[in-house]
Write a protein that binds this ligand. Structure first.
Ligand code: C2E
Ligand code: MG
Ligand code: MG
Ligand code: MG
Length: 286
């Protein structure tokens, strides 16, 4: 009787789950070879100075040209790379590549800035300091032109340790930015404690500016609070003139978004920079 029951039992497959699982394991094993096969690429999105409407730097954004799955955005693989430890090698490659590109650009535009996203796993592994130090020296880059971006939610993972490590990085003279600000739970007291220099307002608030009166209250409040703490403020995801005008009126310092440009190849950035009129000489070097 028991035997018969056993034989009648069957497995129910959840097909979407299975496909997702297979996708994940494929991506996971492909991550092993992606670096050595040179499948990663950085694209660069301009960071605009809102006072002058000029490009003051770029943010390096990672892309993976997967041989079967095509062009992949970080949303599909960064979290997995963090879980498997691949993020360490990838993160090192990103920093080295972005700083080499910055070195090339600074020959023509000496004050140009580079923003690089770093995962909290990279930060906590404690290699980051050594990598930044050696690459800054290798390419003779002024530390103040490298901005490291860490997301607000990940900063909160191990606040005390993160705080210490950020302090060390700050001693190198690097600029530290909190990315996706407003999506985590930072309180004023955390912000006062953390040795950061910049806040990047998450694009969900910017996207809502036209339609939501709450966002029209929150965004100026974030800007005012950040400025009271001596931080510079960047708005992410600026897509239209309404948003740009609103942000400028509320003294937001910098902006990024499709209104200006999506992330593009380095040659396109060079074209955009070459089109900009030369900077007024009177502005002193920061
Ligand atoms: P993030 O650092 O907040 O970067 C902004 C994301 O918003 C980018 O997506 C960018 O392409 C997109 N974006 C920019 N302007 C607009 C806009 O006007 N409208 C809209 N709808 N989107 C806009 P992307 O490249 O897919 O990157 C997603 C996230 O992946 C990044 O968010 C960052 O947290 C992470 N990431 C990217 N590159 C790296 C990397 O090299 N290392 C690490 N650890 N994380 C990375
Ligand atoms: Mg970022
Ligand atoms: Mg962001
Ligand atoms: Mg984001």
């Amino acid at each position: 009787m028991a035997e018969a029951k056993k034989r009648r039992c069957c497995w129910v497959f959840d097909l979407p789950l299975l496909t997702e699982y297979r996708g994940r394991t494929q991506i996971e094993s492909d991550l092993d070879e992606a670096l050595s096969r040179r499948q990663f690429q950085l694209m660069y999105q301009p960071v605009m100075d809102m006072k002058t409407d000029r490009i003051m730097g770029t943010e390096a954004l990672l892309r993976w040209q997967h041989p079967q799955l095509g062009l992949m955005y970080p949303g599909r693989f960064i979290e997995l790379a963090e879980q498997t430890g691949h993020i360490q090698g990838i993160g090192r490659w990103v920093l080295e590549s972005a700083l080499y590109q910055l070195h090339l650009w600074q020959r023509r535009w000496p004050r140009f800035q580079m923003h690089v996203n770093v995962s909290v796993k990279q930060l906590l592994s404690e290699d980051l300091f050594e990598i930044c130090w050696s690459q800054l020296n290798r390419y003779r880059i002024r530390p103040g032109t490298l901005v490291l971006e860490i997301t607000e939610t990940s900063l909160m993972e191990d606040l005390e340790r993160v705080n210490q490590l950020c302090d060390q990085l700050g001693e190198l003279g690097l600029v530290l930015a909190i990315d996706d600000f407003g999506t985590g739970y930072s309180s004023m007291s955390y912000l006062k404690q953390l040795p950061v220099d910049k806040l990047k307002i998450d694009r969900t608030f910017v996207a809502d500016l036209e339609g939501s009166s709450e966002s029209r209250q929150i965004v100026p409040a974030i800007i005012a609070m950040g400025k009271a703490l001596g931080l510079s403020i960047t708005a992410e995801g600026v897509e239209n003139e309404f948003q740009a005008t609103f942000l400028r009126r509320h003294l937001c310092d910098q902006a990024q978004g499709f209104l200006y440009s999506k992330a593009v190849l380095p040659q396109i950035i060079e074209g955009l920079l070459a089109q900009q009129s030369p900077e007024p000489v009177s502005r002193s070097i920061a």
